[in-house]
Write a protein that binds this ligand. Structure first.
Ligand SMILES: Cc1ncc(COP(=O)(O)O)c(C=O)c1O
Length: 255
């Protein structure tokens, strides 16, 4: 499989499970079954989510998780590679551990990295992982509460779970009708000025200055989502009173 524009071989497809909601993976699995490409799932935002009953991150050759401070469970930083392939696991262990070909003499046949979690971070991560189920339930309760509260608002469209998905609702997000709310970025700015942590949806990668001029293929939907989308405050510990303040802000922000 070759990129027609560059002539380079396509070696992997990388679906990204965003905002706690799984990607519809079957189309990607189909591509990976028919072509010599690896399926690598970026599950950094969606640990705990399920696609057709199965945890995300394990459908293809590899998956990756993030334990960054903003994720549903954290080790302070760092992450994890998931794979069922013994050779990939072995190679990853080697590269993350300085690529030592000899454990006693530390002989290197290639350049490796120091990409491991420390034991202290891992201990924190394990304790956090034990709470993953409870954290997901808390996120889902917040999503239900927000969805119920905004159901009556014209011009607010929550991201909903697809039939094949179990979302963690890591970041509960909505699309705002610009005719009722104006530009999403202005709503975010006003909320932040009020001390309420609204966030814009992720800045589209093909718009990032660092990728200016890079190849991007028929990207139309991301720009529209970015223009209309906001993520609402939804920490695991958010209180009903705090949610009510968010909903009241949204009600006031309507024209
Ligand atoms: C989708 C996605 N992929 C990758 C990353 C990178 O993870 P890390 O911050 O652990 O490097 C993040 C977030 O940080 C993410 O949201």
């Amino acid at each position: 499989m070759v990129n027609r524009a560059t002539g380079r071989t396509v070696r992997a497809v990388l679906p990204v499970h965003l905002y706690g909601h799984p990607v519809d993976l079957d189309a990607f699995l189909d591509v990976a079954a028919r072509w010599p490409v690896a399926l690598v799932e970026d599950s950094a935002e969606s640990l705990g989510a399920r696609y057709k009953g199965r945890a995300v991150g394990v459908a293809g050759l590899a998956g990756c998780l993030s334990f960054n401070g903003n994720k549903i469970v954290t080790a302070g930083g760092g992450g994890m590679l998931l794979t069922n392939d013994a050779a990939v696991a072995e190679r990853a262990r080697s590269l993350t551990t300085h690529a030592r070909a000899d454990a006693t003499e530390w002989i290197h046949r290639e350049v490796g990295y120091n990409y491991r979690l420390t034991n202290l971070q891992a201990a924190l991560g394990v304790a956090q992982l034990e709470q993953l189920g409870a954290f997901v339930e808390a996120k889902r309760r917040t999503a239900d509460a927000y969805a119920a509260a905004v159901a009556a608002f014209e011009g607010v469209e929550p991201f909903v779970e697809q039939p094949w998905a179990r979302s963690t609702y890591w970041m509960f997000s909505v699309l705002l009708d610009p005719r009722r709310f104006g530009a999403a970025r202005e709503v975010v700015r006003a909320a932040n000025a009020d001390g309420i942590g609204f966030r814009p949806l992720w800045y589209p990668l093909h718009r990032q200055p660092v990728f200016a001029g890079r190849q991007a293929y028929r990207i139309e939907i991301a720009d529209d989502l970015h223009a209309r989308g906001v993520s609402l405050p939804c920490s695991v510990g958010i209180t009903p009173e705090e949610r009510a303040r968010v909903v009241a802000f949204l009600a006031d922000a309507r024209r």
